[in-house]
Design a protein around this ligand. Sequence first.
Ligand code: ADE
Length: 232
Amino acid sequence: MHVDIITLFPDAMRAMLSYSICQRAQDKGLLSLGFHDLRTWSTNRWRRVDDYPYGGEAGMVMAVEPIARAIEELSSTHVYDEAIYTSPDGELFDQNIANELSLKKNLLILCGHYKGIDQRVRDHLITRELSIGNYVLSGGEPAAGIIVDAITRLIPGAIGDAESALSDSFQDGLLAPPVYTRPAEYNGWKVPDILLSGHAAKIAAWQEEQALERTKRLRPDLLDNKSLTKEQ
Ligand code: ADE
């Protein structure tokens, strides 16, 4: 998969995605990332990419021209399956969207800033707007980092143990069951006996029961979503 990211902070974006699974996926050739400074496409002598909003409100708006030039130039190198804009107004990014995007070949992500981007970019150049939550960030970079990270771990081969991405929380609509490692007892705190039993089927049943119990207790909203999905 190839992802081009248009940003005002390419170094910060690169740092965000240059460790752990994202770096390993790049080393293995499963993921390639392009970090593009939007100012490269500014024709302004001060490399500005924003301007005052029509209508006179406070704040600045990212202008259409540099963004359009950036997308046009990058589109000559890759055919994008989606041109994503990270914005608090967008569709709420979740595991289903991560799964869907992990199957794509080429993605473009535009990180927003200031008051937002000129609406014409959203109307004509962006195919999908994604939000990572109901709060406002100073810029779209952390959101882009989160989206790329969540997608990357789903690319086949990105994670050593293929099972481990499939057993992530949310992957089956439930939170993951609790996990333990050695020692079997620490400070009087014991690992549940069932996990030490060596009985694979009973362990699997216990894990399923725990996943359901944890989801009911901590995130009952996920169970509502699950039944909605099933009815469709
Ligand atoms: N940019 C600012 N806030 C954001 C959010 N919540 N999600 C995605 N991009 C954003």
